[in-house]
Ligand binder design. Structure first.
Ligand SMILES: Cc1cc2nc3c(=O)[nH]c(=O)nc-3n(C[C@H](O)[C@H](O)[C@H](O)COP(=O)(O)OP(=O)(O)OC[C@H]3O[C@@H](n4cnc5c(N)ncnc54)[C@H](O)[C@@H]3O)c2cc1C
Length: 363
């Protein structure tokens, strides 16, 4: 296929991934239309903690995608501030993996060994040292690992800035417009049916999160991605400085308070917050902090969980003008911007600029 500078691209879904794609496409000169079934930001954007977990080493294609995703955020935060005046809240906080009991000890020891073998910046801290840099920790915390490269961004601010940046570069957005199916796709372009009628474009990108499988199925493509609900709680109380991790949960400082997340629940497409979720989040908060504060708010969103653990990024086999960008599961904020860069290059220059074989959408 020939490169397509100035192409008309329809991006479906205005979550972090769709907004990242629209931002980079419009900046590169593509005529970009974003359609979004809802009237505002997605539940996943609202529920997300925005932690940009440090690169944990390894030279696999996926490992390097995470490393490069991580490196995009600091410069992107500066660019977006210059272009839109929005501070996306990018901060280099550093992270602590904490040990309370024996079970934690085995896991954290393994992380220490792996980090050192792979050359990941990490320090081992005694209980006293951990509490010195993070005074609000509970006395039960025995020791921990310090990862200086953990960062955080505000997902809502990042989404807002990416969208404003895209609009400033000429992109358009239609809220309340739902893609129903892909009606035709061929050499000449793609025709889709939406809740507002028919649209045509040179390329279509399905950045429709957990809802992507049935849309791809409209052209007989199997893109096995499903929803997994996640909840977080926002608590008042002690001031925090770092990202804290324990037992698969994270606690982070944010402008809204101390955010504790996240649950992982098989609940179909339900985005209700639950009592069980609240109990689980409270338990984490109470266990890790010396003086836990009150719950202020609770949020839930759907993560797009892909078959085989890697995001789905690239064109469909039989429909090279239909791209998929979903399945980022627990790291969509981290990987969204690099996904946007890769899709932009793939559409406009005819190749992605890096090995994307592990991310083929049809599995
Ligand atoms: C509790 C929680 C904590 C998290 N913490 C982190 C974290 O710390 N770090 C991190 O990197 N990630 C985190 N994540 C994951 C991250 O939030 C997601 O991976 C990311 O937001 C997914 O973005 P997306 O654009 O792929 O999907 P979504 O945000 O779900 O966007 C998809 C959009 O497509 C729209 N859509 C669907 N179907 C159609 C259609 N037919 N027509 C038009 N529009 C359609 C939907 O309405 C939706 O707005 C967390 C998620 C949760 C739930």
């Amino acid at each position: 296929m020939t490169p397509a500078l100035g192409a008309r691209v329809l991006v479906v879904g205005a979550g972090i991934v769709g907004r990242s794609i629209a931002y980079y496409l419009s900046r590169a000169g593509a005529r970009t239309l974003l359609i979004e079934a809802r009237e505002g930001p997605s539940d996943a954007s609202r529920a997300s903690l925005g932690v940009l977990t440090h690169f944990s080493g390894g030279q696999s294609v996926y490992g390097l995608f995470i490393r490069d995703s991580h490196a995009v955020h600091g410069p992107l935060a500066d660019e977006l501030f210059e272009e839109t005046g929005i501070d996306v809240g990018w901060r280099s906080l550093g992270g602590l993996d904490l040990v309370i009991d024996r079970e934690d000890e085995a896991l954290v020891e393994a992380q220490w060994d792996q980090g050192r073998v792979r050359g990941v910046p990490v320090e081992r801290l005694s209980g006293a040292d951990v509490r010195r840099i993070e005074p609000s920790l509970a006395n039960e915390v025995r020791w921990g690992l310090y990862f200086p490269e953990d960062q955080r961004v505000s997902p809502m601010k990042l989404g807002q800035a990416l969208l404003e940046g895209a609009l400033a570069h000429g992109a358009q957005i239609e809220y309340g417009e739902r893609l129903l199916c892909i009606a035709e796709s061929g050499e000449g372009g793609v025709v889709v049916e939406t809740s507002k009628g028919r649209r045509s474009a040179d390329y279509v990108v399905l950045a429709s999160g957990a809802w992507t499988a049935p849309l791809a199925a409209s052209v007989d493509a199997q893109v096995p991605v499903r929803p997994v609900r996640g909840e977080h709680g926002c608590f008042g109380g002690a001031e925090l400085r770092h990202v804290l991790r324990h037992g698969g949960h994270q606690i982070i400082p944010s402008a809204r308070g101390i955010m504790v997340g996240a649950t992982a629940e098989e609940a179909g497409f339900s985005t209700e917050i639950t009592q069980a979720g609240q109990r689980a989040l409270r338990a984490v908060h109470t266990r890790l902090l010396a003086t836990p504060g009150p719950l202020r708010s609770q949020w839930a969103g759907l993560r797009a969980k892909p078959k085989a653990g890697r995001p789905m990024i690239g064109p469909l086999n039989e429909h090279p003008r239909v791209f998929i960008a979903t399945g980022h599961y627990k790291n969509g904020v981290l990987m969204g911007p690099l996904t946007g860069q890769v899709i932009t290059r793939w559409i406009l220059e005819g190749q992605p600029g890096r090995d994307m074989q592990p991310f083929v959408p049809e599995r």
